[in-house]
Write a protein that binds this ligand. Structure first.
Ligand code: GLP
Length: 234
């Protein structure tokens, strides 16, 4: 597997590296960025906001969106992205799945068509505590493209911290599938904090298995992993 694991003693250094990595990709001509949400990405987007990076000739595709949250809800990924990045660093075009589409399956199919027209140069990824990438929960076949997913109880619990209560966390989402993620030319994955240890260990030491979706990245040719965790490769 072509996986580079970079371990940082300080998260500030990690996010500096990540921001510079993306800026370098823009300079090298990357045009299409796959973007992620979650707490992990907030310091990166802050860093990019404060940088002189210019995404105005670039296109973005977000990994996922909750189904049924009003677009102006502070935790919709649409609003998250506007606030964290797009209002400050405009792109030529931003794509996110529409979680309010009347027919969510048709919306997923449409997103796949858009992705087919815009191959992703660099895909940014976080990871869920259960190893999910995007919202591809354990058990998701690796062949899935963008699809509708029912979130696991553990993912809803993990994300409840962003809402007033767990009851407000949507039960469904639209997510790029693992097949889409594997199409990206390069993947930059960030895993920070002890809660991500088991998932990261499964990537670097475990067998490829749908039980931990992150392990599929062992099959990708170009993955850079940034972490503050000491993970032994043995
Ligand atoms: C969320 C998102 C993922 C994200 C993950 C980790 O549910 N759908 O894209 O990588 O869970 O989130 P966090 O960075 O908040 O730990």
């Amino acid at each position: 597997m072509a996986l580079q694991l970079k371990t940082f003693e300080s998260v500030d250094e990690l996010y500096d590296f990540a921001a510079q990595f993306l800026q370098q990709k823009v300079k090298e001509g990357a045009k299409t960025f796959g973007l992620a949400t979650g707490g992990t990405m907030q310091p990166l987007y802050k860093n990019l906001r404060q940088s002189d990076v210019d995404f105005s000739n670039c296109t973005s595709f977000n990994l996922d969106e909750y189904i049924g949250l009003p677009i102006e809800h502070p935790e919709s990924y649409f609003t998250y992205m506007q606030k964290e990045l797009f209002e400050h660093k405009p792109f030529s075009k931003n794509y996110l799945p529409n979680g309010l589409a009347e027919d969510a399956d048709a919306e997923a199919a449409h997103y796949n068509e858009l992705l087919a027209q815009h191959p992703v140069d660099v895909q940014l990824l976080g990871v869920g505590e259960n190893g999910h990438i995007g919202f591809n929960e354990p058990g998701t076949p690796f062949s899935e493209k963008t699809h509708v997913v029912t979130l696991t109880a553990s993912t809803r619990e993990a994300n409840a911290r962003f809402f007033n209560s767990i009851d407000e966390v949507p039960e469904k989402a639209i997510t790029m599938g693992i097949a889409n993620i594997l199409q990206a030319k390069e993947v930059l994955l960030i895993a920070v904090g002890e809660k991500k240890r088991a998932a990261l260990e499964s990537l670097v030491r475990g067998e490829v298995s749908v039980d931990s979706p992150i392990t599929v990245l062992q099959q990708h040719a170009n993955v850079v992993v940034l972490t503050d965790l000491n993970i032994s490769l043995a």
